[in-house]
Design a protein around this ligand. Structure first.
Ligand SMILES: N[C@@H](CCC(=O)N[C@@H](CS)C(=O)NCC(=O)O)C(=O)O
Length: 214
């Protein structure tokens, strides 16, 4: 049985969404954030040494890292859904976006958040950070020009992985990218309109009280 260790309001939301898209049976364990620090509770460290979420357990194995979890679920439980054929050129693009989200795009956003909190002390490097935010979101916007999804013309698990990058732009103070690059907001709205996204949102808030499925 699949078990998702889910921290509220976190990257783990996209794994919940993927599980709903694939219609898999899974158990959801919801962890609150510390009300003062916003950090994950120590219980997560008992499951994986980093103590971060998402964590997926499958028959006793624990997998960490959103991209690795998405790859695992699609490969082992997807039955060919939500990814291009492995021998196609689109598959290479799919792998690119799976890695790019956490490997490249999140860094300037996290720097924007943390260095922004330093105020005057961080001011000398803010122009470089803002430049990199523009660089990355310009790249994502360009990849979406004239198309609805990032890989080929079909919705894939790469869109699920990348959705958090766009959501994180709002959460980390880089929301101006939505004004200058309007196709990003339209893309996010398209993703948010999916019934499985809405179900995952509801279930992430309520945990297993939200539905009988577990
Ligand atoms: N690159 C990792 C990042 C994992 C991560 O940092 N998760 C955050 C939630 S968005 C977390 O657990 N934060 C709680 C903490 O650091 O205490 C992934 O994509 O899975």
């Amino acid at each position: 049985m699949l078990k998702l260790h889910h921290l509220v309001n976190s990257r783990s939301q996209r794994i919940l969404w993927l599980l709903e898209e694939l219609g898999l049976d899974y158990e959801l364990v919801v962890y609150p954030r510390d009300p003062k620090t916003g950090f994950a509770p120590p219980e997560l460290k008992a499951i994986h040494p980093l103590g971060k979420s998402p964590l997926l357990a499958d028959d006793g194995r624990v997998i960490a890292e959103s991209g690795a979890i998405i790859d695992y679920l699609v490969r082992r439980h997807g039955k060919g859904r939500l990814a291009p054929a492995p021998d196609s050129a689109e598959y290479d693009d799919y792998v690119h976006w799976l890695h790019y989200a956490e490997g490249s795009a999140m860094l300037p956003l996290m720097l924007n958040l943390y260095v922004g909190r330093l105020g005057e002390a961080g001011a000398p490097i803010m122009p470089r950070i803002s430049g990199e935010v523009k660089n990355h979101f310009g790249y994502i916007s360009g990849a979406l020009a004239g198309r609805d999804y990032l890989v080929g013309n079909d919705f894939s698990a790469a869109d699920i992985q990348m959705s958090f990058v766009l959501e994180a732009a709002r959460l980390t103070g880089a929301q101006e990218v939505f004004q200058s690059l309007p196709n990003l907001g339209a893309y996010l709205e398209r993703l948010h309109a999916r019934p499985a996204y809405q179900r995952a949102l509801q279930r992430g808030r309520l945990g297993d009280r939200g539905q009988g499925k577990s």
